[in-house]
Design a protein around this ligand. Sequence first.
Ligand code: HEM
Length: 215
Amino acid sequence: MIPGFWIAVSGLALVLFLMLHLGGVTLALVDAAAFESYAAALHQQVWLPWLEAALAGTALIHPFLSLRRTVANRQARGPAAGPLRSRRQGPWEPLAALAARAIPWSGALMLLFLILHIAQLRWDRPPAGMELTAVLAALRAPWSLALYVAAGASLGLHLLHGGESAVRRLGLLAPATATSLRQAGRGLALLLGGGFALLPVALVLAARAAADVGG
Ligand code: HEM
C-alpha cells in the first residue's frame, strides 16, 4: 500500500486519540475529582498497555512516513520547482498556505513536546489522586507552560493542512463534499489546537485562583 494512505490513516488515528485526550484533560478544569477518578479508572484497565503500544507505534510511523514522502517529493520536483502555491481564494487561505508550508516544523515541535510531556506525566506515572498535582507541576516553569501553548498552536496549524490532506489521500474529497469536509477539518483544527493551547493557561490560572481563595 502507498505510504500516503498510511500517513492519512495514522494521522486520523492520532486525531481520534487527541479528541479523547482533550475531553479527558478538560475534566481537570471543570471537575478535579472526576478527573482523578477517570485517570485512576483508566490506569486499571488491562487493555491500556496494548493501547499505549499501538499509540506509540502510530506516533512513530506517522512522522517517519511523512518525512520519507517529503524527501521523495522534493527529489522528484527538483530544486528549481520552488514551493507549491494554492490558487484558492478566501479569508482562511493565507493561514492554510502557511500551515502547508510549516507542516514539517509544526510536526517537529509536537515531537519535541511529546518527549518532554511523556517524561513529565507518563514515564513516572503519578499515584492515584495525584494526577492534577502532576499536571500543575509540569506547567509550573514558564518555559514548560510556553511549550504546552506552542504545542497546542502547532497542533492546530498541523491539522489545518493535515486534515484536508488526509481526506484527499483517502479519496473522500469529492467536488460535492469538498467544502463541507474542508470546513469540518478546519473546525476540528480550531477546536483541538485552541483547546490544547488554552487549557494549560486556564489550568494554571484556576489553580492560582483556588490558592488565593484558600488563603
Ligand atoms: C492541556 C494540555 C495537556 C495536558 C494537561 C495533558 C495531560 C496528560 C496527562 C495527565 C497524561 C498522562 C495520562 C495517563 O497517565 O494516563 C498525558 C499523556 C499523554 N499525552 Fe497529554 N496532555 C496535554 C496535551 C497533549 C498534546 C497536545 C498531545 C499531543 C500532541 C498529548 C499527547 C499525549 C500522549 C501521547 C500521552 C501518553 C498517553 C499514554 O501513554 O497513556 N498531550 N497527557
